[in-house]
Design a protein around this ligand. Structure first.
Ligand code: 5GP
Length: 112
């Protein structure tokens, strides 16, 4: 069971900001911006590279809920960044698909 499955199962506490049947969103424990939320599918898809065509509904839902959570956190006006780290070179550390919602400060481009 991955760390994030344990958060879904309430075996590890997390500061949950949104939840429904398909996704859950919680504050990152080591925030890289004033607002740093992770939104994840409850289905344990390992990473984007492992997603299947049958996951299109949950992934579409994930993106639209990321939009909604960002709005509720007041990020629509000034902007926010959505990030999937996929695999070792991207710095992925938890093998359960997660979308970072980052905001509250100016971001640089390209990312490091
Ligand atoms: P990745 O580096 O895989 O893209 O992102 C994993 C994220 O999970 C990191 O930003 C890290 O801070 C966060 N994280 C790791 N362990 C925990 C935890 O136990 N609780 C929470 N809320 N976030 C965690």
């Amino acid at each position: 069971m991955t760390l994030f499955e344990k958060i879904i199962a309430r075996e590890i506490p997390a500061d949950i900001v949104y939840e429904d049947d398909l996704v859950i969103a919680f504050n990152d424990i080591n925030p890289k911006a004033p607002t740093h939320v992770l939104i994840i599918p409850k289905k344990p898809i390992t990473r984007i590279a492992e997603a299947e065509p049958e996951d299109h509904q949950v992934l579409g839902h994930l993106l639209l809920k990321a939009r909604e959570v960002a709005g509720e956190l007041g990020l629509h006006e000034k902007g926010f960044r959505l990030v999937f780290n996929n695999g070792a070179d991207a710095g992925e550390t938890v093998p359960h698909l997660h979308l970072h919602i980052l905001g509250g400060r100016e971001m640089t481009w390209p990312p490091g």
